[in-house]
Design a binder for this molecule. Structure first.
Ligand code: FA5
Length: 347
């Protein structure tokens, strides 16, 4: 009789080899290979199934049963190996990617307000406490509002005080100061009393130097009512400077000329860089001009819609960039709009 292959023994050997191979497997690629070798259609176990009909008829049922048990065992072990490898990969990821909470953090770059905006906000805060409301007005103006209604007719020599940016459209200009806002506000509020500030950019076609820009902010003050006097103007400005710079700062009012105020004055502040001794910042004089001011001219009151017999008012125009320069010892106004972060980051 022809020697029959012992399929039960083959099954036992197959199982032992397959499981010992499986135990050594540590990654998904090797596991996939294992599956191809031991469980796909041409695998050894499938081969044994094909050979069962050749075995002794009385042994066939046991071999078939055994083959089924081994195949099921290989499949179960394959599934648990897959789970084991998945967990190992996950654990490895978790340990490798663990956040080291003891490392110093990366400090994000924080944005900040521009120095000019910071000073403006400080000015608004102080003047708000003193009863002034912010009133916004336009930067593109007409000749009428920027000059004529402010008592500066065409060809008036005082126009030379403001070097103007004209546009190609007749009588449309960039405002040279915030004073035209006075007229807009008066038109809106007359005959009610007003106490407002008009902040914003102004533009002048002039030679730039350490203290002169072609664009800069101004803050206009305007108070109109009955019985407003020059004493009110002086007291308001002195109080403002005291709150802005502290009580030790000296100021002085010098007579000056503006077509839209009468009388007119300019306020100087004692230079804080040198305490009035004279230095580069104040060109050796010990004083720095910070604003122009005066009592609103009767013609301007009338143009705004107020009866100058009954109403009076004061106005002032201050330069916040000059104020920043004094506060922080900035020696060149051109730094403000040069957009050099090394400068801007200091404030
Ligand atoms: C005027 O512009 C008047 N409108 C001010 C005024 C308002 C007077 C209301 C009376 C009543 P002046 O040209 O002097 O005035 O400018 C006022 C302030 O703006 C100056 O004191 C100064 O602080 C600032 N300033 C003027 N020119 C420049 C410039 N080129 N660069 C930076 N700041 C300037």
């Amino acid at each position: 009789m022809e020697e029959k292959k012992d399929l039960n023994l083959s099954l036992q050997n197959l199982k032992a080899k397959a499981l010992s191979d499986l135990e050594k497997i540590k990654d998904q690629v090797a596991l996939d290979n294992w599956k191809t070798v031991y469980l796909n259609r041409s695998s050894e176990i499938m081969q044994i199934f094909k050979e069962i009909p050749l075995a002794n008829p009385e042994e066939r049922p046991r071999i078939g049963q055994n083959a089924n048990i081994v195949k099921a065992e290989l499949e179960t072990q394959f599934e648990s190996a897959r789970e084991r490898i998945k967990q190992a990969a996950l654990t490895q990821n978790l340990t490798q990617d663990r956040v080291d909470v003891t490392l110093p953090g990366r400090i994000p770059e924080r944005g900040r307000l521009h120095i000019a905006s910071q000073t403006l906000q400080e000015i608004y805060r102080i003047l708000a406490e003193m009863g002034f409301q912010v009133y916004r007005s336009r930067e593109v103006e007409s000749d009428e509002y920027n000059f004529e209604l402010l008592n500066i007719p065409a060809h008036h020599p005082a126009r030379d005080l403001w070097d103007t940016f004209y546009t190609t459209k007749e009588s449309v200009i960039l405002r040279t100061h915030t004073s035209p806002g006075q007229i807009h506000a008066m038109h809106e509020f007359a005959p009610e009393p007003v106490r407002i500030i008009l902040p914003g950019m102004v533009y002048r076609y002039e030679q730039m130097d350490a203290s002169h820009e072609i664009q800069f902010n101004q803050v206009e003050l305007l108070a109109v009512g009955e019985n407003i006097t020059f004493g009110d103007l002086r007291g308001t400005l002195e109080e403002f400077v005291k709150r802005m710079f502290g009580s030790g700062v000296e100021t002085r009012l010098r007579p000056s000329y503006f077509p839209f105020t009468e009388p007119s004055a300019e306020m100087d502040m004692q230079c804080i860089a040198c305490q009035g001794k004279g230095c580069n910042v104040c060109s050796g004089t010990g004083w720095l001009e910070i604003l122009g001011c005066g009592m609103v001219h009767p013609v301007v009151l009338k143009n705004g819609g107020y009866d100058p017999q009954r109403f009076s008012g004061f106005a002032a125009g201050l330069g916040p960039e000059r104020i920043s320069m004094l506060r922080y010892g900035i020696d060149d106004i051109r730094n403000f709009w040069a957009n050099d972060v090394r400068f801007l980051q200091q404030f």
